[in-house]
Design a binder for this molecule. Structure first.
Ligand code: 13P
Length: 255
């Protein structure tokens, strides 16, 4: 598997953080930091910050994403936002299937698949999140869980559409806990996911797909994680909220 065949992407997942003035300030700080990066740079902001982020990042190398979308095109779905709405406002990416959506908002593998297809059909790029719980890792079923999540999420996604999919391996026990997977653990699962892609599609698709690691990636551990052959970047929570920290991760990914 050849890392040079794919794009390394560092994506910030701001989660439910930053009012508009706060978002503006952070983006202004991020611009010069991101300009030096040779990796892909994405910020996934709350819906209320999308317009601001799209406007402020025009002409820069920072791409903007949302954190979720609904699978129906329109209708009586109070509180939801469609993929077409995101596309129209200028978002390029959308995170689908984040473990917080699965844990707190009833997201299932089936709805993750529906949302993935809806986003791709609307012309968005998808950051598809998969990852096991601590109990599942302890039970030795990480590969089965992550394999199942990946296979169901990609049901009906064509090889052509897969070019617009990034997979983020985020072990749930490592998210926001300060507990990072070791570089070996991260690489092992990212490599396993790449193998699944090879089986579902082919070797070229597997070689070409960006597979990120996410879960307490920070300035201290980023370099070792990003040096792994199957780890093509990161999906970053806490450390994406400080320009200085995010900059260190971008530097590490640009090496
Ligand atoms: P933390 O980097 O805060 O652990 O969050 C990871 C994450 O969930 C990114 O989507």
């Amino acid at each position: 598997m050849n890392k040079a065949l794919r794009q390394v992407i560092i994506a910030g997942n701001w989660k439910m953080n930053k009012t508009r003035p706060e978002a503006k300030a952070l983006i202004e700080q991020l611009k010069p930091v991101a300009a030096k990066a040779s990796c892909g740079v994405v910020i996934c902001v709350p819906f209320t910050n999308l317009e601001t982020a799209v406007e402020l990042t025009k002409g820069t190398n920072i791409k903007v994403g949302a954190q979720n979308c609904h699978f129906e095109k329109s209708g009586a779905f109070t509180g939801e936002v469609s993929a077409d709405m995101l596309k129209e406002i200028g978002a390029e990416y959308v995170i689908i299937g984040h473990s917080e959506r699965r844990q707190y908002f009833g997201e299932t593998d089936v709805t993750v698949n529906k949302r993935t297809k809806a986003a791709l059909e609307a012309g968005l790029k998808v950051i598809l999140c998969v990852g096991e719980l601590l109990t599942e890792r302890e039970q030795g079923v990480t590969e089965e869980i992550v394999g199942l999540q990946t296979k169901i999420a990609l049901l009906g996604v064509t090889k052509e559409q897969l070019k617009n999919v990034v997979i983020a391996y985020e072990p749930v026990w490592a998210i926001g806990t300060g507990k990072t997977a070791t570089a070996e653990q991260a690489n092992e699962v990212c490599s396993y996911i790449r193998g699944i892609i090879a089986k579902l599609y082919d070797k070229a698709a597997a070689d070409g797909i960006t597979i990120q690691y996410g879960g307490s990636m920070n300035p201290k551990n980023a370099e070792e994680l990003l040096a792994q052959p199957d780890v093509d970047g990161g999906l970053i929570g806490g450390a994406s909220l400080k320009a200085e920290d995010f900059g260190v991760l971008l530097d590490a990914a640009s090496k």
